[in-house]
Design a protein around this ligand. Structure first.
Ligand code: HEC
Length: 317
């Protein structure tokens, strides 16, 4: 009696069962792939297919060595090319995200007009930053009037009082800027469904983003605990099943012993690193390595199992 007959193996399963397993493996690979797509949109800097080491450090550890800033200041200073969300940047709110047809409308202007518009929008951003650096005084917000610490070229609508000799504003309507550029999306039934959840239309809503903190902190504990729970259970189910299927193939025992539990093991290490990354940016960078180990193992498992199920790798008895 050969070894394959003594031990239970995929090849002894009836054809319909092998079909179910093959389809399962294909569908779960699609699920894995869509997870990567989500990762791309949520955390990768534009130009990167997947988050790079700077991205993971930013998300899991927080920005290294930066002066204490409020969340709002961070989001307005952050590079424009970062993802447009609460861990990336809100800077495009003054430009590309300021209206639905920004590109089309901009293209209609002459080069000089474009330059002027961009300069004025940059002035709005600088005015908001000026307010934040002054400690975000509530009085200026209530009165919709801020005395700038240095004059700015800015959109006409937001200028209060007279301009200086060079046509720059010295006082601006700070609350109006926030309303036009931010509240547009950040309010109930606003222009963006995701931003609706974080209203910025009143002082009490705005206030929590004005607190000055030591550098952008790491991912919030509540959020981290939630993704841990979801991923740990989800991934264990998924890699548990793919591992079990692979373990029943006819590949040499040593390969199966190593590869069958591989993705599940490295996924657990990966998740542990999400927590360690709060303390050490090096752990954040190691997330990329464990992520790659999981992906590689998972890919080989699926491929190896499909080959086995199809009867291509080993002759069917
Ligand atoms: C085009 C719509 C839009 C505009 C305009 C906009 N935002 Fe956002 N904002 C978003 C989206 C989308 C998110 C991510 C929401 C999520 O995490 O689901 C976000 C997230 C945020 C967050 C993080 C909320 C949190 O607790 O996670 C802050 C703070 C924020 N924006 C501030 C601003 C400020 C300040 C402005 C104005 C300069 C602004 N936003 C303009 C769409 C917008």
């Amino acid at each position: 009696m050969s070894e394959a007959n003594r031990t239970f193996s995929l090849c002894c399963l009836p054809a319909p069962t092998r079909c179910v397993l093959a389809v399962f493996l294909i569908v779960i690979s699609c699920g894995y792939f869509s997870g990567l797509v989500q990762l791309h949109f949520q955390h990768a800097s534009p130009g990167n297919l997947l988050p790079d080491s700077a991205d993971v450090v930013r998300v899991y550890h927080g920005e290294p060595k930066s002066e204490p800033k409020s969340k709002l200041q961070q989001l307005l200073e952050a590079d424009e090319s970062l993802p447009f969300n609460g861990t990336g940047t809100m800077r495009p709110a003054f430009t590309t995200k300021s209206e639905r047809r920004w590109k089309e409308n901009l293209a209609k202007l002459s080069p000089e007009e474009q330059k002027k518009l961009l300069a004025e929008r940059e002035g709005e951003r600088q005015a908001l930053l000026d307010w934040l650096r002054q400690g975000a005084p509530k009085e200026a917000y209530d009165k919709d009037e801020l005395k700038l610490s240095k004059p700015l070229v800015i959109t006409e609508d937001y200028i209060v009082g007279d301009k200086d000799a060079e046509g720059r504003a010295t006082q601006v309507r700070i609350t109006s800027i926030i309303t036009d550029r931010c509240v547009r999306c950040h309010q109930e039934s606003g222009a963006d469904k995701d931003a609706e959840k974080y209203p910025l239309d009143e002082w009490q809503h705005l206030e929590k983003y004005l607190k000055v903190e030591e550098g952008p902190g790491p991912m919030e504990l509540a959020k981290l605990a939630q993704t841990t729970h979801v991923h740990l259970i989800g991934f264990t189910m998924m890699y548990g099943l793919t591992g079990l299927i692979f373990s029943l193939t006819q590949w040499p025992t040593w390969i199966r012993v190593v590869l069958a539990p591989w993705p599940m093991f490295w996924q657990a290490v990966d998740i542990a690193l999400w927590w360690l990354a709060r303390l050490d940016p090096l752990a954040a960078q190691a997330i990329l390595v464990t992520g790659a180990l999981v992906a590689g193992g998972f890919g080989l498992q699926v491929l190896g199992s499909l080959l086995d199920l199809s009867g291509l790798s080993f002759p069917r008895r």
